[in-house]
Write a protein that binds this ligand. Structure first.
Ligand code: ADP
Length: 350
């Protein structure tokens, strides 16, 4: 494949649902985005924003009214039925509720997509074993879905989605029915599979923490339009749209300081010579222990009230709310030093 053309290229896509009785519903309006080979591309939006419709346009389950959806360089709407089948074979899909067949064993579920092709029976068994190994379920091959936990069922669904060696994996709210720890392990598995198989992942979610954990690119969708898109690190560091900001706020405890200040909590009570400030890490360069440095270099007492720093797409991102005490000159010097290190500074109380 020519790596310079995006795996998925969407231009000015508009999709309207028309039903005789109800009003027409514009599910997607003028959506444009590029998904490159090797991306883990997150699409986030509230319920009803148009995320599933977008995915269904990518794998040809849904037609569209105007604009273009090209997958691997070919317009999806113009594909012949045979080409559409091949598109779907090369595009694995996983869902919120796993969609396993209850009457088939784990191995039987993973084998299903192989039955459509021309794979010999003994080859099928070997392929199923390989896939179960890949998702860490070799021991459960003969169990039935009802005997498995949610996380295990999603692993079966992932193995099934990979059966025909797709180069794109579409994940539609795949962790939304799982508890936080299981979510983490499934996201880790997706990342490992991405790394080892080189598969491109398109991941739909309403949870910003999911995006933060594994995606490299993000599109934020609201009422059928994309309000913001870019690299995950850049969007987290400097979100533009109000909706993006509110999604990011759900992943961080730093906004709690606003409540504490409003409530005049003892945690934020100040003595003369103290200030409270929010430091934001918004640069890929930052990784030193800045707090201990300013404390030593400027002879300050630095007390961390909140901390929330995470590694996003390989770089630290987040912030600290700190109370610092010292002479005016020393505090001023420390703030200037922090700014020179590309730390965002906001004095919340002085
Ligand atoms: P999301 O996945 O973000 O929750 P959807 O893509 O499912 O959003 O839906 C986008 C909008 O299109 C919603 O208003 C939804 O009610 C509407 N919609 C989705 N599917 C259909 C359909 N088959 N017929 C009519 N309206 C639909």
């Amino acid at each position: 494949m020519n790596h310079r053309i995006p795996v998925v290229e969407i231009r000015n896509l508009t999709k309207i649902y028309r039903s005789g009785e109800e009003e027409d519903k514009t599910a997607l309006a003028d959506v444009s985005l590029d998904i490159d080979a090797g991306d883990i591309f997150g699409v986030i939006g509230l319920s009803g924003a148009g995320k599933s419709t977008l995915v269904r346009c990518i794998n040809g389950l849904e037609g569209y009214d105007s604009g273009s959806v090209k997958v691997r360089g070919r317009e999806v709407q113009d594909l012949t039925p045979a080409d559409l089948r091949s598109l779907r074979q090369r595009t694995g899909m996983i869902f919120q509720h796993f969609n396993l067949m209850p009457s088939r064993t784990v191995a039987g579920n993973v084998e299903l997509p192989l039955l459509e092709g021309s794979v010999w029976k003994h080859q099928r068994a070997a392929r199923v074993a390989e896939l179960l190994e890949l998702v860490g379920l070799s021991d459960l091959a003969d169990h039935y879905p009802a005997e498995l936990s949610g996380g295990q069922q999603q692993r079966v669904a992932i193995a099934r989605a990979l059966a025909n060696e797709p180069d794109i994996l579409l994940s539609d709210e795949a962790t939304s029915a799982l508890d936080p720890n299981t979510t983490k392990s499934i996201l880790q598995l997706l990342r490992d599979l991405h790394d080892s198989l080189g598969i491109t992942v398109v991941l739909i979610t309403h949870e910003m923490s999911v995006i933060r954990q594994i995606c490299n690119k993000i599109a934020v969708i609201d009422h059928g339009t994309i309000v913001e898109q870019g690299k995950v690190f850049d969007v987290f560091a400097d979100p533009q749209a109000q909706l993006t900001k509110s999604f990011i706020a759900t992943t961080s405890n730093l906004d709690k300081i606003t409540d504490l200040l409003a409530q005049d909590s003892p945690l934020v009570a100040l003595e003369p010579g103290q200030v409270i400030l929010r430091m934001s890490y918004v640069s890929k360069e930052v990784s030193e222990a800045l707090v201990s440095y300013i404390s030593r270099a400027f002879d300050l007492d630095v007390n961390i009230i909140f901390g929330d720093i995470d590694v996003v797409d390989g770089s630290p991102l987040g912030g600290l709310v700190v109370k610092i005490a010292g002479t005016d000159d020393h505090i001023k010097g420390a703030l200037e030093y922090l700014k020179s290190r590309n730390i965002g500074i906001e004095i919340l109380k002085s």
